[in-house]
Design a protein around this ligand. Sequence first.
Ligand code: BDR
Ligand code: CA
Length: 311
Amino acid sequence: AERIIIDTDPGQDDAVAILLALASPDDIDVLGITAVAGNVPLELTALNARKICELAGRPDVRVFAGCDRPLRQPLVTAEHVHGKTGLDGPTLPDPTMPLQAGHGVDFIIDTLRTEPAGTVTLCPLGPLTNIATAFERAPDIAARVKRIVLMGGAYFEVGNITPAAEFNIYVDPEAARIVFASRAPLVVMPLDVTHKALVTRPRNAAFRALGTPAGIAVAQMTDFFERFDREKYGSDGAPLHDPCVIAWLLNPALFSGREINVEIETASPLTRGMTVADWWGVTDRPRNALFIGDLDADGFFTLLAERLARL
Ligand code: BDR
Ligand code: CA
């Protein structure tokens, strides 16, 4: 099984990603979950991560709180998308499982140092603050990472928080720059692909029809979360950004993309947080990421429903 650390700011789509991973224990071993400030402040993301583990029947998963603010700027949140709790939609009970005592960044460092090199995959689903802090504090660990599969950035789909930037990168561009320069193998799920993973009404109905607490909660979360994208983009449903990361691990053949150079803009106030993606290979800058552009949406939703049914 792929051994992963999920770094996350739940977030309804983060929640679905966590559920997909926990529903797939034969393929994915979740070593721990580190919460980061992003969609909502850290206290809420650390709480939401535990609510989701309990919803999955997995109170044994270790959940750590990480960084509560970006490296160099105040936190920008996204309650306008995710609601006040970050997880608006279903009513989930407060978790009884504990938050782990250590700091999320220490957990990332310790895990990468203790596990054999090249065996641990990082799955960042929020701003890259925890990962960048770990890489800065422990420069030896980037070379020990098997790969980083992350949700962030955009190319043809430009931005969802500014005209130029996607939310996860925009919230902490300095952190993103560190991660994209780390030389760890990178797989990137930008808006270009995640905007194709839409929970249409029939797909929502299929989740609800599972009749399980997880299936119903996913339907309720996407009911809430789709409002923003229906109104803003005229999307036919909620985009499941973060679950693309886990789905890629389960079946990379569902996705297609290109090995390209991606750099992060940090200076210009107009385009801060932009992922400057050399899709057409017009520079000779070194390739540092597999940048995904497309997915088999029906295959993705079949996989998701089939796995969620196991919870
Ligand atoms: C990303 O931002 C968050 O709102 C989502 O959880 C996703 O990780 C999409 O831009
Ligand atoms: Ca997220």
